[in-house]
Design a protein around this ligand. Structure first.
Ligand code: ITT
Length: 181
């Protein structure tokens, strides 16, 4: 069985990755660690730089994943600042910002940066949806109660979120690549 270590401070992200790994025959281990993320406008660059910093502490392979919510009518906000915006204004703040805005198109993006002991490889996953008109559902975490995919928010889906999510899509290409090596 392929094994790989996920470094994240976020237990929900780890749990999702672990479940998705089971589908692909990958055993996902966890190091719960909060690391400093460089700020910037490009999720790929942030993920790559974060992984590079962590290689100085780690002797064995690992991956990290950086996600963001990009809202079209807000020119991609909060994007790479999703974590800070969630901690400050949260879902209620986003719903307020979107008040009266008709185009509610948004997407989630996940970038995985994998360190194989020598170099870093990036994988990407994206899911298109809409910002809901109100907070709905109790499952998931983060922006899940306001992110609507085909009529339901991710927070209303339970484990079914793992079929469609940005994380699922990024992990899928990562795990396929890992098992074909
Ligand atoms: P690590 O960086 O330690 O992995 P984090 O929670 O900071 O954990 P991100 O930077 O990737 O993770 O996430 C940015 C923000 O987007 C954060 O507020 C998350 O709660 C939110 N987020 C990420 N993935 C999400 C998902 O699948 N559903 C809802 N919100 C999500």
């Amino acid at each position: 069985m392929v094994e790989v270590i996920f470094i994240t401070s976020n237990e929900s992200k780890y749990r999702e990755a672990r479940k998705i790994g089971e589908k692909y025959g990958v055993n996902v281990g966890w190091i719960q660690l909060e690391y400093l993320e460089p700020q910037g406008n490009d999720l790929r660059e942030i993920a790559k730089l974060s992984a590079e910093m962590l290689t100085k502490k780690m002797d064995s392979p690992f991956f990290i994943e950086d996600s963001g919510l990009f809202i079209k009518a807000l020119n991609g906000f909060p994007g790479p600042y999703s974590s800070y915006v969630f901690k400050t204004i949260g879902n209620e703040g986003i719903i307020k910002l979107m008040d009266g805005i008709e185009d509610r198109t948004a997407f989630f993006m996940a970038i995985i940066a994998y360190w194989d002991g020598n170099k870093i490889k990036l994988f990407e996953g994206k899911v298109e949806g809409k910002i809901a008109n109100e907070i709905r559902g109790t499952g998931g975490f983060g922006y899940d109660p306001i992110f609507e995919y085909e009529g339901r928010t991710f927070a209303e889906m339970g484990d079914e979120k793992n079929e469609y999510s940005h994380r699922r899509r990024a992990l899928e290409s990562f795990f396929k690549w890992l098992s074909e090596r």
